[in-house]
Design a protein around this ligand. Structure first.
Ligand code: GLN
Length: 321
């Protein structure tokens, strides 16, 4: 544990720069999400040395949504193995919206595990292995990622399941293509449940720090997934985590990241820190506007871009703490 004063000041400055930004709208297509308070804004940074720096509404719970895809991809890799996983999903950016109803026309698999099609395919693999126990396997895994007890927001789950027509369409498309092997309704339900797990920005930052720390939660010391799995996850986050904004994000921020439609955003500085942010107003790609801008500013202030020429970010703990 170190002196976090400089880092705290930077994070506070970035928070203040963005709190006044009220552009964008909360997600509308899931009725329960359309009702959430748009105002909360929180930034949390968790270092691999167990320092946590927070500002704003970092205790406010929200559903993890698509950020879960990142970890379920990792869980599938660890439990089922890369060979089988990559028979069921690609690792190419789609350049399309997260809920696009399409498969890679050449390989006939979902483009990547960060879009809905690929995530449904990964949840299907978990279901094929664990059946009715899958929900518990997933919940235990997420609890280990952040070292906290978690639960599913039942209202959001039911609200999304009742309106999950596109996800059902995708699952049936994949069932027809031989990627999903039956039990379509159960698998869509499992995927929707994993998206409805509630977390806060602080827990999200710790989950991200577990990725920064090669799969071992720095706070509990528990190995949650292997280092090679961490490398797979971070690579796909880097190229596909921000959907059809992934390319510009790589230019402006240059960090592996994953967003969710409830307004959560997670970014990772390899070997250094995990960043968890929450602010529900979204842009047209379904990414939180304040959280995205805050990451641009954090990357600028702290030199976090993967290709930063000063190389501050890659040894930022020595630099700032
Ligand atoms: N549960 C949401 C869905 O399937 C997740 C989408 C997202 O967060 N981008 O549409």
């Amino acid at each position: 544990m170190g002196d976090t004063r400089i880092l705290s000041e930077v994070i506070k400055k970035v928070y203040e720069k963005n709190i006044t930004n009220k552009t964008g709208n909360v997600a509308q297509y899931i009725p329960e999400l359309a009702k959430v308070d748009p105002e909360p804004f929180g930034i949390a940074v968790a270092t691999v040395n167990k320092d946590i720096i927070t500002v704003g509404d970092v205790e406010k719970k929200f559903t993890i949504q698509s950020i879960s895809k990142t970890f379920i991809f990792g869980l599938a890799l660890d439990l089922i193995g890369p060979e089988k996983v990559f028979q069921h999903v690609g690792a190419e950016p789609s350049g399309e919206a997260f809920n696009a109803i399409e498969l890679d026309p050449v390989k006939n698999v979902p483009y990547n595990p960060m879009v809905n099609a690929g995530a449904l395919s990964m949840s299907s693999l978990i279901y094929d292995k664990y059946g009715n126990s899958s929900e518990q396997v997933i919940l235990d895994f997420f609890e280990n990622l952040c070292g906290e007890k978690l639960s599913i927001n039942q209202q959001v789950y039911e609200s999304e399941l009742n309106t999950a027509h596109r996800n059902r369409a995708l699952a049936h498309l994949m069932n027809g293509a031989g990627i999903i092997n039956g039990k379509v309704d159960e698998k869509v339900a499992l995927y929707t449940k994993q998206c409805s797990i509630e977390i806060n920005a602080k827990e999200l930052a710790i989950m991200a720090s577990t990725l920064a720390n090669f799969g071992t939660n720095p706070y509990t010391g528990k190995s949650v997934f292997g280092p090679i799995t961490a490398r797979y996850i971070l690579s796909v986050m880097f190229t596909c985590g921000m959907y059809d904004y992934a390319g510009r994000w790589a230019v402006d921020v240059g960090l592996p990241a994953k967003s969710g439609v409830s307004g959560g955003l997670m970014a990772v500085v390899n070997r250094q820190i995990g960043i968890g942010l929450y602010s529900p107003r979204l842009d047209n790609s379904g990414n939180s506007i304040r959280a995205t801008k805050a990451c641009v500013h954090l990357a600028e202030e702290l030199g976090l871009h993967a290709f930063e020429f000063t190389n501050k970010g890659s040894s930022m703990l020595d630099f700032y703490i």
